[in-house]
Design a binder for this molecule. Structure first.
Ligand SMILES: *Cc1c(COP(=O)(O)O)cnc(C)c1O
Length: 407
């Protein structure tokens, strides 16, 4: 693909000051990984030949088996999206008669909507300042008589401590669901992500590690939960007699999505090596620039190296948000890391007000840099050279932008 990266930038040629953007085709934080087209086609021939396009077809079953093995879990149940996988699993696991769900505030932007679909009120918990992850302690502080479920979402880089949370869940009898979307490949000291808690949810959206265009899945060792989720994703049908379990949806994964996911799963190792190269390039090159630091992956166990998160430290000349604006103008679609955090977002459904000082501070410091299948050495060079320009000239850039906004 032609990337058309323009020449080295100077302050005057910055796109935020009306220069030409550095990239004519935007580069983003979405993975958009593609398998060999022939591989995708050869899987697709199966559903085409069978004329079985959806409703628990051969490819969906094959995908579920492979993902259950991959995550070292007994069952895998595929869904049309991570969102509906979460809604149906939360609704199935939540303790009856209680109405609160504990969720980190520094997390996936749509998580409070998911709680609302489940008719649960979010009680947002803090995260640890070093790991950006919730933990046994920050969750414990939020437990009340109304807690129906703990939703432990892994942070974008590395994992939360699954065993501490499992112990808390066992001690209190509160069900524990993990959102492993950002840690789908990871292994921890105590086992593979996908094998913890009552269940774990994952996404196969095109932007995530395993691209199935759209899609999601749940892993669990709980036979009854697996059976229930299979019913719920298919309208809640129970047997042939039109008997229903409550709250069923059409949340099935179709065969063409499964074909894409299977083809990408075959090539996962190739993807991880490429991610690792990209990560090491960012890590090495950004080490030379003060004020910005890459969050490092824990390499003692399997890790996907997928997302590149950088911390803007106090010696960086301008704010994180202005930095993101300058990058975005160049068609470098960097994003603020989970900002604003959920507890500071406007919400027109019930939630419990809280002031989470650690989260509030962290939400102003991190940025997601371009990553994924589209990005290689050349793009990273350009992103780093721009960051270097900002580091040296940040105050001047800020000044020029302020002058302009006054005109
Ligand atoms: C993307 C995402 C989801 C939702 O997945 P979809 O398949 O896009 O609905 C859930 N949790 C996290 C942490 C995510 O990043």
């Amino acid at each position: 693909m032609m990337k058309n990266i323009s020449a080295e930038k100077s302050i005057e040629s910055l796109a935020c000051l009306d220069g030409v953007p550095m990239f004519s085709v935007p580069i983003s934080t979405s993975n958009l990984v593609q398998p060999e087209f022939e591989r995708f086609l050869s899987y697709s021939k199966v559903f085409f030949k069978n004329r079985h396009y959806t409703n628990n077809g051969e490819l969906v079953r094959k995908l579920e088996q492979r993902l259950a093995d991959f995550h070292e879990a007994k069952h895998c149940i595929a869904f049309c999206s991570g969102f509906w996988a979460l809604v149906l699993t939360i609704s199935s696991l939540a303790k009856e008669g209680r109405n609160e769900i504990i969720i980190p505030s520094l997390t996936y932007r749509r998580m409070a909507d998911i709680a609302a679909w489940c008719k649960l009120t979010p009680r947002f918990c803090e995260v640890d300042a070093d790991t950006l992850s919730l933990n046994e302690q920050t969750v414990r502080e939020c437990i009340t008589e109304q807690t129906a479920l703990i939703l432990a979402v892994h942070p974008i880089v590395n994992c939360c401590d699954p065993v501490g949370l499992e112990n808390l869940s066992n001690e209190t009898g509160i069900p524990l669901l993990f959102d492993g979307v950002e840690s789908a490949y990871e292994r921890t000291q105590s086992g593979k992500v996908g094998s913890f808690g009552n269940a774990e949810c994952f996404s196969m959206h095109a932007s995530k590690l395993l691209n199935g265009f759209e899609g999601g899945y749940v892993t669990t060792d709980d036979d009854a939960l697996a059976t229930k989720l299979k019913m719920l994703r298919t309208f809640g049908f129970k047997g042939k007699d039109n008997c229903f379990v409550a709250n069923g949806l059409n949340a099935k994964l179709n065969e063409v999505h499964a074909a894409m996911a299977l083809a990408n799963l075959d090539e996962l190792d190739k993807q991880i090596s490429k991610n690792k190269e990209n990560y090491y390039q960012y890590l090495t090159q950004l080490r030379g620039i003060p004020g910005i630091r890459i969050l490092e992956f824990d390499e003692s166990f399997d890790t996907s190296y997928k997302n590149i998160v950088a911390e803007i430290t106090p010696d960086w000349p301008i704010s994180r948000d202005l930095t993101v604006d300058i990058l975005n103008a160049e068609n470098i679609l960097a994003r603020a890391y989970y900002s604003p955090p959920l507890h500071l977002k406007k919400m027109n459904y019930p939630h419990i007000k809280s002031s989470l000082e650690v989260t509030k501070g962290l939400a102003e410091r991190y940025v997601l840099l371009p990553c994924g299948d589209f990005i290689g050495a050349q793009e990273i060079d350009s992103v780093v050279s721009l960051l270097s320009l900002i580091q040296v000239n940040g105050l001047d850039i800020h000044h020029s932008l302020t002058l302009r906004s006054k005109c």
